[in-house]
Design a protein around this ligand. Sequence first.
Ligand SMILES: NC(=O)c1ccc[n+]([C@@H]2O[C@H](COP(=O)([O-])OP(=O)(O)OC[C@H]3O[C@@H](n4cnc5c(N)ncnc54)[C@H](O)[C@@H]3O)[C@@H](O)[C@H]2O)c1
Length: 293
Amino acid sequence: MSHSITTIGVCGGGGTMGAGIAIVAARAGFKTISYDRSPDSLASARKQTSQFFDKSVERGKMKPELRDEALARLTITSDIAELGACDLVIEAVFEELGVKHALLKQLDEVCPDHTIYASNTSTLSITEIASGSKRPHNVVGMHFCLPAQLMKLVEMSAGILTSPETFKTAWALTEQLGQIPVETRDDPGFILNALLVPFNNDAIRAVEAGVAEAGDIDKAIKVGLGYKMGPLELIDLIGLDTQIRLCEAFYGVTLDPRASAPPLLRRMVAAGLTGRKSGRGFFNYGSNAMFGA
Ligand SMILES: NC(=O)c1ccc[n+]([C@@H]2O[C@H](COP(=O)([O-])OP(=O)(O)OC[C@H]3O[C@@H](n4cnc5c(N)ncnc54)[C@H](O)[C@@H]3O)[C@@H](O)[C@H]2O)c1
């Protein structure tokens, strides 16, 4: 039987994606419980979330009373038992199968039978993730884009054992969140990363080969193809360290040489140039703020 979704949980709520997804859920009117095992990450997410809503008010995109209501709907906790109240939990913990399996095992203990588990994985298989739960029929892929609080796309995929009911409910919920769902097969990288990871690496290799300066490569892509952001600017936003992790996960399942991390990317990360969050990547930034961009 289908349950209506009133309370949404986010796991990894202190992380880059989790913090943004919690904003999306609370902003759309859902009671939202954001859980992370790291209290420090949660404290920083709480601060950045308030700053994001304040900026939305300053820019006239949100009324002050709606900001206050959204913040009041958001609970931030490092106690996983609080997720027992959730009808749907979106996990955005580290991109490691073992970590996701361990989390699902814990969720099976605290969540009721009807709770849907949505994974925000970028590269892992939904079917494999689902095998970590006693309820694989409740597991579905819901891949948000960075920054989740600004980007509308959610790639949705069903694993082999995902029930049609779970997929349908998660799809409807995605629309209620004000997002735009697109269906994709449970395939490495889904649509976006399958195309983007090799493309971004090609841009890094073009810098490495001296084809052009980083700024000119991005300018050519933006002016010539009408993209809002160049690939190197985008990698700075994603984080160069995250790009390496994406490459490693993606290369691991596809063995596509274009998906392997370029040596320049590894050298830059070794030097601490991880992109906007460190103030420098392919470009220099006056501020390292990632939220409210
Ligand atoms: N960064 C991106 O551009 C991006 C985009 C789309 C999807 N994703 C996916 O989202 C997920 C998270 O990525 P991220 O970049 O936000 O990572 P992140 O490292 O910024 O955050 C992960 C968070 O999960 C927490 N965590 C780890 N294990 C946990 C556990 N067992 N229980 C509770 N909390 C736990 C960590 O403390 C951390 O705060 C990954 O699956 C990734 O593939 C990332």
